[in-house]
Design a protein around this ligand. Structure first.
Ligand SMILES: N[C@@H](CCC(=O)N[C@@H](CS)C(=O)NCC(=O)O)C(=O)O
Length: 216
């Protein structure tokens, strides 16, 4: 069975590829695995059929007949385990790549999401301007460490891997914040990811959903 993933019927980012289905689409494209997409409204995301797969009522999910998964870390790991090109074969190198994949979602993404949420729900609050520098500093601490670690390497763990799919999609969330600009190697890293044909196919597929929604 072709995998089916879920995605927003109307993504709040207006097709910029920042919703988390983008990382799943990209992994499937890298793997050469065709897939179908079930588009969900916010109301459908709260319905029992979706909650049975994603208990928090979020996207994306992944179903392939054998498994029904939520959480992009679990989904990308599952895809990578089925398509050897996405993780090193050597056990030690594989473990290192997985460390980076989890660092992307567990260490780098949280302060980025915290800042996004503040922009979204606290922008008009009296404390917002005072809070912003601390939020930025938390993000900067993470990206400075990442930048030092990546140094002049092309990818995080040797050859391109699922870790890079996760990290590049996480860093793309910084678009428009002028925080990556002091780390030229990370800007080049994100650009390298975005230049991959599989990234472009994934991006175009989710952008087509935005165009079809008529919400220009
Ligand atoms: N940790 C989850 C996060 C999923 C998530 O936050 N999805 C967002 C879209 S990118 C969502 O569904 N937001 C709507 C909501 O939380 O109600 C994962 O990595 O899959």
């Amino acid at each position: 069975m072709r995998p089916i993933i879920t995605a927003f019927a109307a993504a709040p980012d207006r097709g910029q590829g920042q919703a988390r289905d983008m990382r799943v689409r990209w992994a499937l494209e890298e793997a050469g695995q065709p897939y179908d997409v079930r588009l969900l409204s916010f109301a459908q995301m709260r319905e029992p059929a979706h909650l049975a797969i994603q208990p928090f009522g979020q996207i994306p999910t992944y179903e392939d007949g054998a498994v029904a998964l939520f959480e992009t870390g679990a989904i990308l790991l599952h895809i990578a385990e089925r398509h050897r090109s996405l993780l090193p074969v050597d056990a030690v190198a594989r473990a290192r790549a997985l460390s980076w994949m989890f660092a992307a979602i567990n260490t780098v993404e949280p302060p980025i999401v915290e800042r996004e949420m503040a922009e979204l729900v606290e922008r008009d609050k009296p404390w917002f301007d005072a809070r912003l520098p601390a939020l930025d500093a938390h993000v900067r601490k993470r990206i400075d460490a990442l930048s030092a670690s990546l140094d002049d390497a092309e990818w995080l763990a040797g050859a391109f891997s699922v870790a890079d799919i996760m990290m590049v999609t996480v860093l793309r969330r910084l678009d428009g914040w002028n925080l990556l600009e002091t780390c030229p190697n990370l800007m080049a890293y994100v650009a390298r990811g975005e230049e991959r044909p599989a990234f472009r196919r994934a991006f175009d597929a989710q952008y087509a959903v935005f165009l079809a929604s008529g919400a220009r």
